[in-house]
Design a protein around this ligand. Structure first.
Ligand SMILES: [Zn+2]
Length: 101
């Protein structure tokens, strides 16, 4: 394994793009570098897992029979109100509640 030059900062900066499958747009950070870092860094791994859960929850939020229709609107509002890290943490908390079924 070669050493990755990805830093926690760059990982978290591009985390959303990675989760969205847009790693090609991640400013020189390759998918392999991203994966290498995340598999060695618990902090970033936690962020990726949280972001993936957010993504799947947002997909579910488009299904009105599963999630109240105003969830997506409230989420969008929170994105504007909160910083990104706060947003991810908030989403994790929401998903923990939604996931209890
Ligand atoms: Zn890291």
């Amino acid at each position: 394994m070669s050493n990755s030059h990805a830093s926690c900062g760059s990982i978290r900066e591009w985390l959303d793009a990675y989760v969205d499958g847009e790693i090609a747009h991640c400013g020189g950070l390759s998918e392999q570098e991203f994966v290498d870092h995340v598999t060695q860094c618990t902090g970033c791994l936690t962020e990726v897992v949280a972001a993936r859960r957010v993504k799947s929850a947002l997909a579910r939020a488009h299904a009105p029979e599963e999630v109240p229709g105003d969830v997506y609107d409230r989420v969008s509002l929170r994105v504007r109100e909160a910083g990104r890290e706060t947003w991810i943490q908030w989403q994790s908390d929401q998903i923990e509640m939604w996931a209890r079924d």
